[in-house]
Design a protein around this ligand. Sequence first.
Ligand code: PLP
Length: 424
Amino acid sequence: MNLIEKDNAYIWHPYTQHKTAKTPVAIAKAEGALVWDVDGKEYIDAIASWWVNPFGHSNKFIADAIYAQLTTLEHVLFGGFTHEPAIKVAEQLLDMLPSNQQKVFFSDNGSTAVEVAIKASLQYFFNKGEMRKTIIAFEDAFHGDTFAAMAASGISLYTQAFKGMFIDVVRIPVPTSGNEEVSKSALKKVISENDCAAFIFEPLVLGAAGMVMYEPEILDELISICKQNNVLTIADEVMTGFGKTGKTFACDYLSQQPDAICLSKALTGGTIPMAITTFTQEIFDAFYSDDINKALFHGHTFTANPTGCAAALAAFELLASKQIQNDLVRVNKTQSAFAQKIAKHPKVKASRVLGTIMAFDIKTDGESAYYGELRNKLYDFFIRNGVILRPVGNTVYVLPPYVMTDEQLEKVYSVIEKALEEVA
Ligand SMILES: *Cc1c(COP(=O)(O)O)cnc(C)c1O
């Protein structure tokens, strides 16, 4: 059997209907913003491999840090033990985050980062002798695929088989332009009618919903409504974190500070799976007691894996470098110029940019499905033309590694323009 035949025989892929799915592309290697398949065909990775890879593939600097750590201390249990890489990650990260973030909890992926935030929020009130069961989330939010994270997610394709099996979540509209007041009054209503523990949100950009964007001012208002009502706020920065929005965190655009922040994806520069949830001292203190029952009984075997921590430290160093900070500005400029140009295209609406993220919608007659016909045609066209892009419904977005050159970006744009002529 060749590679693809073996894949077909043994592997169950994520988000895939195997009966109707196209054959996957077998990738052999990657460097910078480029990946190559086993036949040597080159692709530009215009979505940073599901938004994880800011500094380019097969990055030597991170690889060296990982190798040095692997041959010094590859893993040690984090229950009853600690180590310098984890402590350094915590120290440096808290320095980068909003000043109210004081405690760092490690886990493995974006979903677990959210799971930890939600469990801690519910138990925070339990520990204070108060029963609060409701989580508030945006319509069309995406917070991951484990159970509490899935409950908070509003994309029905992902959650429909489990309806009725979730923790209590009430949804409010995303405060996109024109919907600010609706969102605000929905939040007030939800809080007045339910025992709400926390409001979880993707700050400024809802990624999986199709890079849906809204303004920091209205998020500040929503957070302060929560604060006035003693409802905790959780910023899910799993996608937005570490530079994508042009600032280190989307929360850096806010004047309000959330009570908890979820991080993963670019945390290790797209190398080792790792996640972090950070908390205020006040949340931590609600668990701090002589009573063992008040502890947060949550953990994962690979919690604070030293190799992952070493990768994160290398990634922090790269993010702070002049080179990458310049790239953030450059990519934003190039993306903004294209967004303005493509906005004039008769088939395009709602072109938008925040930091390194550019997105636009293709005008369609009817409703466009998440994995619908247009989306699949576009996806296939991009792959045929050597560009990795995964449209969401009728939304096309480019979220490149920051190191992608302007020349590579222009090539991505020209394939998009061709797709608008030939496919849309
Ligand atoms: C990707 C994502 C998650 C889930 O992360 P996984 O590592 O895939 O579990 C959660 N929240 C947001 C905002 C994401 O983009």
